[in-house]
Design a protein around this ligand. Structure first.
Ligand code: SAM
Length: 280
């Protein structure tokens, strides 16, 4: 990207390096070299709005004001919230074909964590699968509690609201499912309460302690570790292992793996993907 496309306040190398270092510390995201254009496109307006003239000044401002509106806005701006409904399908087949039938036969309740839930497509897809399992199999299942967390305040608010545009539903949601699980409100589609009521939404940074979340039977930690360093991945796998019940499952994104980071998990091969199970 030619430097004349970049605003002057964002081209200073020292400022860029400071900002990258600060971002790793607060949310684990590694930007890497030559991503000035990304920082430029995401922060230029925000810095103008707050009268901040350089990245050095921005970092110093943020360090003094953790949790302030501008701090939250920077985290919101720097996270990538790309997601879709029933993403990759195999995690959802695993729920209906293995996990839920097993929970019925064991007569046990389940806790599932969607650990980087973005705008809610992942936890809502999980809840829809549960609803459909109950309807089709005419089974009774003990309560399933889904905890959906994300570091981004703004995206979590969108998720909580549960209102989607048709364009976003077109990314993986069939027409039959739209008609069944959503209500048309004006030009938007609102997820029905029966799907939403299983989910608790909470702002949560994966770099902090997981103790307050309790234990889970399944953790979806999908398409977020790709942004982190090897050291952060190791740390998160260690803490995920401690947050799982015995023989609990970990479901990663298609491009993510535990290999080279932890040996706490066995690989479970499914028809069209693989997931991980905590070793005994
Ligand atoms: C690409 S989305 C993945 C959404 C969903 N899991 C999926 O696979 O479709 C990554 C999400 O991770 C969140 N995220 C990034 N860093 C995080 C952190 N340190 N703690 C918690 N969430 C984080 C972002 O806000 C973003 O919503």
């Amino acid at each position: 990207m030619p430097s004349d496309f970049l605003s002057k306040k964002l081209t200073d190398q020292q400022g860029y390096d400071d900002f990258c270092q600060f971002l790793v510390t607060i949310c684990g995201i590694v930007l890497g070299e030559n991503k000035q254009y990304l920082v430029n496109s995401r922060l230029d307006n925000l810095m103008d709005k707050h009268g901040i003239e350089s990245l050095v000044e921005l970092v110093s401002h943020l360090k003094k004001r953790p949790g302030s509106p501008i701090y939250t806005a920077v985290v919101d701006a720097m996270t990538t919230n790309e997601t879709s409904w029933f993403r990759d399908s195999y995690p959802y087949d695993f729920l209906t074909e293995q996990l839920l039938p097993q929970a019925v036969s064991d007569n046990r309740s389940l806790r599932i964590w969607s650990a980087a839930s973005s705008s809610g497509q992942e936890p809502y897809s999980i809840s829809i699968m549960i609803e459909e399992f109950l309807r089709h199999k005419r089974r009774t299942l003990n309560p399933v509690n889904i905890v959906a967390t994300d570091i981004s305040h703004a995206i979590l608010n969108n998720a909580k609201e549960g209102v989607f545009q048709k364009m976003s539903l077109d990314r993986g949601m069939s027409l039959a499912r739209i008609n069944h699980h959503f209500e048309l409100v004006g030009q938007s589609w609102k997820i029905k309460n029966v799907i939403k009521q299983r989910i608790t939404f909470r702002e949560f940074n994966l770099l902090t302690s997981y103790a307050s979340l309790g234990k889970f039977d399944v953790i979806f930690c999908r398409n977020v570790l790709i942004y982190f360093s090897a050291e952060t991945k190791k740390d998160i796998f260690f803490r995920i292992a401690s947050a799982l019940n015995p023989k609990g499952y970990l479901i990663l994104g298609g491009a993510e793996s535990t290999a080279n980071y932890t040996d706490s998990f066995d690989v479970v091969r499914l028809k069209s993907g693989l997931i991980y199970q905590l070793k005994e």
